[in-house]
Design a protein around this ligand. Structure first.
Ligand code: MG
Ligand code: ZN
Length: 397
């Protein structure tokens, strides 16, 4: 009898883990939840927002006077859908009439980094990972921002990273490595850019070469702004907004409405130019949240980015001469939405990597020539399509 009981117990012990995994129907993996009670108590702030009804007018004209390029770093379709579910089913992104996909590989790898990704958008050419606005053999390539300056348009860069970080840097700088932050800061001072807002004041003021670039910016008629509060109240025709000494904090750590405020500020300044403007706005930290495989971090950043998209669409709907493009350099984390609840705004996440992936990336467009951004094409085409929309290739004449 005892032997039988012992055998039965042994058998149960052996079989139990399998019963457990069968009942779950899948492998055990790390899951996190968005908006549970504990999370709400801990952070007391969320970028979740009410998406207002929008009736975007159809724009029939082909030529764009202004282009606003929004880059959600690390934002693949799972990142977008996580935001959509967390926001209880709706994002401003859904209003875009034109949707396409880009292939994001860099010159030397199927999986791009942000430097090669943004170089493709800014110059129309692929380069090696880590390189800023240069060819794989380190020759500088002219960027769309520099072309805009040359043609008398106003230009701006806004980011939730240091302004010297890879994505914004590729539009204004030409360096062998994304890590040459101090050289990149010097490139900002050399260029005629009208508005730049982000973090990274240290790269301008605490440098190995002992130069204080902030003084040079002042001599060049920039209004320096170094706090978020001042961003609202201080005005000028050229703005150097270095709001944090190093990186801006995440939404969860108190960045607040910096990105919506900075984007609105940039548009207010840039739109005074009757020749038009080019503005790049980056939701930089979507990437960082996914590198950490932190679904809460990523989703708060995603929702913050969508708020900005809402404001910019509102501007474009009234202006009717502005092409708005939203895309990403690459996906980060290999994120999969493995469950959740759209009514409660809960997202279950699984990640496959701490790095980037090679996924196809969505592109959204609204405004003059928005239809150019339908279909599947290379990330370098973003540049060429912007040139066409500005009619700088003369194709509309
Ligand atoms: Mg970036
Ligand atoms: Zn990254």
């Amino acid at each position: 009898m005892l032997v039988w009981i012992r055998c039965l117990l042994m058998g149960l012990l052996i079989i139990m883990p399998y019963v457990d995994s069968l009942s779950q129907g899948k492998r055990k993996s790390k899951k996190e939840y968005f908006y549970d009670k504990k999370t709400i108590e801990k952070y007391k702030y969320t970028s979740a927002h009410h998406v207002q009804d929008m009736d975007l007018p159809r724009i029939e004209t082909k030529k764009a006077k202004n282009i606003i390029l929004l880059i959600g770093d690390g934002m693949g379709s799972s990142q977008i859908y996580a935001g959509m579910v967390a926001n209880k089913g709706k994002l401003y992104l859904e209003y875009f009439p034109s949707v396409g996909f880009i292939k994001t590989h860099s010159a030397n790898d199927l999986i791009t980094d942000s430097a090669a990704g943004a170089t493709a958008f800014a110059t129309g050419n692929k380069t090696n990972n880590g390189m800023i606005g240069v060819t794989p053999d380190n020759q500088p390539m002219v960027t769309i921002l520099e072309m805009a300056e040359e043609k008398g348009l106003s230009t701006g860069l806004v980011a939730t990273s240091t302004i010297t970080h890879a994505t914004p840097a590729c539009f204004i700088s030409h360096e062998f490595s994304r890590h040459y932050y101090e050289q990149i800061a010097a490139d900002f001072v050399r260029n005629g850019i009208d508005v730049f807002i982000g973090g990274g004041r240290s790269h301008f003021s605490n440098r190995l070469d002992r130069l204080n670039l902030l003084d040079i910016l002042k001599e060049n008629n920039y209004t320096l702004i170094d706090t978020l509060i001042d961003l609202d109240v201080i005005h000028g025709d050229k703005i150097a907004g270095l709001l944090w000494y190093n990186s801006p904090p995440s939404i969860m750590d108190g960045r607040g409405d910096m990105l919506p405020l900075a984007s609105t500020k940039a548009i207010n300044v840039l739109s005074k130019n009757s020749n038009g403007f080019f503005l790049m706005v980056e939701g930089s930290q979507i990437d960082w949240g996914n590198h950490q495989n932190n679904i809460l971090y990523q989703t708060e950043e995603m929702l913050d980015f969508d708020k900005v998209i809402g404001r910019i669409l509102e501007f474009a709907a009234t202006d009717r001469e502005t092409l708005v493009i939203v895309t990403s350099d690459h996906e980060t984390g290999g994120l999969a939405i493995s469950g959740g609840n759209i009514k409660k705004g809960i997202v279950h996440a699984d990640y496959t990597t701490n790095g980037h992936t090679a996924d196809l990336i969505p592109v959204f467009a609204y405004g003059p020539s928005a239809e150019l951004f339908q279909g599947i094409f290379d990330n370098t085409e973003i540049f060429h399509k912007m040139i066409k929309a500005f009619d700088w290739d003369g194709s509309e004449q």
